[in-house]
Every structure is written in C-alpha cells, then in structure tokens.
Write a protein that binds this ligand. Structure first.
Ligand code: 8Y7
Length: 280
C-alpha cells in the first residue's frame, strides 16, 4: 500500500488516515430505508451525531436527500431546511468532522458556511455548479460512483469490467476536481456499493478494491446495512450488522480508509481487527 496519502484536509481540521476511520451515518430524511440513524427532529439528530462521535466516529455524514432506489427528489429549500440546522448545532460541539451528503451546490455552500468540513456527493460533483461550489469551500470531497440515477439505477445495471469502469470514472472526477482548484489533500473516492450495481458487481469491486486503493487517493466505502448484506445473509433490514461488519473488515483489509457505517462502535472494532491483520 505504498503511496497511500495519510491526511485529509477538511476545512479547518486535518484527518489522519494512517488508520482507517468511521464516517457515521446521520439521515435527516423522513424516508431512509434503514431505520437506525433516521432523524427528522434536529435536536434528536444532533444527540445521535454526538453519540456517534463519542463512539469514535471521525466523521459524521449528515444527509437530507434519500438516495434509496426509487426515492423521490427533494427541493433545495427542503434539503437546506433539513441539514443546515443540524450542522449549525453540531459545529463546535464535536471534534468529529461534519460531512454533508448532498449533490446540490446551494446545499454545499450553506453547509460549509454552517461548519461542515466535508462534502460527500453520490454524484461526484457532476451537477452543474457543484464542482465550483465545492472548490470555493475548504471542504474535503468524497467522490462516489453511481451508474444511472437513484430512481432507476437498480434496473439492470451493466458493465464490461465494473472495476476498470468505476476506477476510470473516479480518477476522471478527481482530475476534474484538481482542475477546478481542489487540491489532492482534499480528495477521496468511493466505488458506490449498491449504486447501479448487482450483487456480483459489488462483490467484484470489494474483491478488487486494491486496484482503486493503488491510485493513491484515499478510498471510502459504504456497505453498512445495504441490500448486498441482505442478499448474502438472508437477513431483514434490522439484522444486518454481522454481515456489514464482515464487509467492513474486508474493505479495510483491501485498502479502504474511510468506512461509512450506521453502527460506529462495532464497525470500529471490525476495522481494528482488519488493520492488525493488514499490518502497519
Ligand atoms: C453511500 C453514500 C449512501 C456510500 C458514500 C445507504 C450517501 C445509502 N451510500 N455515500 N451514501 N458511499 N460516500 O445505504 O456507499 O446509506 S446512501
């Protein structure tokens, strides 16, 4: 894993990625599919975020737009209304980096002004104005791959070689970020498990994750409670933790250094085990 960058600049904070970290999921949507971590009341959302930070989350990812397959789009006003009050109340109350899960330039700007240090975009800053909006902040960015759009992405996703296509897309977006003035120290990439991918695609991406990691750009993954876990274990939504932990451990063993997860303490344990096996 030589050549892996070890720091990430997130606004005023610098994250040390020499050991993998957890990004805790905070959904402030009324319709997110996985029940745990869904909060519509801002003070409850803040409490949950602080709890995740106490459990060891280095990042808390605040999302106001559901990207579940088939989810309805959310207006800019509605999304701002959901995430900004939470970010404002969290800022200064936690050492964790506050991430905003959004694709909208207006939300990126307002979230950064409210104290966010990271922008997590499932559309990899591809919406008009998003690249410039992110560049104008000092936030880190997480560029995620998705084939299609949430409403239709699980209808027959297809690739010739899923790993090389995802990798080429992400490296292209990283290059677009650099061209827009976002330095390497602020860029991370994510293959987007479950976003326009069959179970076979997800498994191949996980098996060949070292090919993404060898780019030298820090790799983030989100596998927590996803349908891949249900497919592999036959479990219902509330019973996906063991499968999620196994996938998190494998991802870290294969070079991931940010793990987006709902269950922070348990995921950190899995990461520590995987880090020990991987070696320094
Ligand atoms: C991911 C994500 C979701 C992921 C990154 C869910 C917002 C679906 N998944 N962001 N967001 N990576 N970077 O299951 O895999 O949480 S939403």
């Amino acid at each position: 894993m030589a050549g892996i960058r070890r720091v990430l600049r997130c606004g005023g904070r610098t994250l040390d990625l020499s050991a993998a970290v957890v990004m805790g999921v905070l959904n402030v949507t009324p319709d997110s599919f996985s029940d745990g971590g869904r909060f519509t009341d801002p003070s409850q959302a803040v409490e949950h975020a602080l709890r995740m930070a106490e459990e060891g989350a280095a990042i808390v990812d605040v999302g106001g737009e559901s990207t579940r397959p088939g989810a309805a789009p959310v207006s800019v006003a509605e999304e701002l209304d959901r995430v900004v009050p939470v970010i404002e109340r969290l800022a200064g109350r936690t050492p964790a980096v506050i991430s905003v899960d959004t694709s909208k330039p207006e939300v990126m700007r307002s979230a950064a002004a409210a104290g966010a240090g990271m922008i997590n975009d499932v559309r990899a800053l591809a919406l008009p104005g998003a690249l410039a909006a992110a560049a104008a902040t000092s936030c880190a960015v997480c560029l995620m791959h998705m084939q299609g759009e949430p409403a239709t992405m699980q209808r027959g996703p297809a690739y010739v070689d899923v790993v090389s296509e995802v990798k080429a897309f992400l490296l292209g977006r990283a290059q677009a970020c650099r061209a827009a003035g976002i330095p390497d120290e602020r860029i991370t990439i994510d293959p987007g498990f479950g976003f326009g991918k069959t179970l076979a695609h997800n498994l191949e991406l996980l098996r060949r994750l070292p090919e993404l990691a060898e780019s030298g750009i820090p790799v983030a993954v989100g596998l927590s409670r996803k349908s891949a876990v249900a497919s592999l274990t036959g479990r219902l939504a509330g019973d996906r933790l063991p499968g999620s932990l196994a996938l998190a451990a494998i991802a870290v063993l294969h070079g991931a250094c940010i793990v987006r997860a709902h269950d922070v303490a348990a995921t950190l344990d899995a990461i520590r085990v995987a880090e020990a096996v991987r070696g320094a």
